[in-house]
Design a protein. Structure first.
Length: 80
């Protein structure tokens, strides 16, 4: 299993929240009541007059909550 997936799994194990991301940037954290993040993603898209397809719902990094766990280059640096 690669390091980014391991990091994502570890973030999930400690209960890191989901986040709505666009272009690798956190737009909004997903409340615990929205188990899939789809409702929050749809609300964000409507508020910004964009398509829900313009956003991703991803698990946030447990250490750096403004980054997606799978994309956190601080915890899992990019390899050359």
């Amino acid at each position: 299993m690669n390091k980014t997936i391991q990091h994502q799994d570890a973030s999930g194990d400690v209960g890191a929240p989901l986040g709505v991301f666009r272009d690798d940037r956190l737009v909004q954290l997903v409340p615990a009541s929205d188990r899939t993040g789809e409702a929050t993603r749809d609300e964000v898209a409507a508020r910004l007059a964009l398509s829900p397809a313009d956003f991703e719902v991803l698990l946030t990094c447990a250490i750096h909550p403004d980054a997606a766990a799978v994309d956190c280059v601080i915890c899992v640096p990019l390899e050359d």
